[in-house]
Design a binder for this molecule. Structure first.
Ligand SMILES: [Zn+2]
Length: 61
């Protein structure tokens, strides 16, 4: 049995593809995350890890 690494909460620095705003988001959001500047959805909630629609610049621990 393979022991998987515990899923850790992370924050992601994501760039909005529409307006290039960079925003820090939680990697397991409770709901869809919108860009604070233009309102574009940059990450979708999937019940677990977010489906990031923007560009991930980097991950923050
Ligand atoms: Zn935007």
């Amino acid at each position: 049995m393979v022991v998987k690494e515990k899923p850790r909460s992370k924050f992601l620095l994501v760039k909005c593809k529409k307006c290039n705003n960079e925003q820090i988001i939680f990697n397991k959001p409770a709901g869809d995350v919108q860009c604070l500047v233009c309102g574009e959805v940059i990450a979708k909630s999937t019940g677990g890890k977010a489906e990031v629609l923007g560009e991930i610049i980097k991950e923050l621990e």
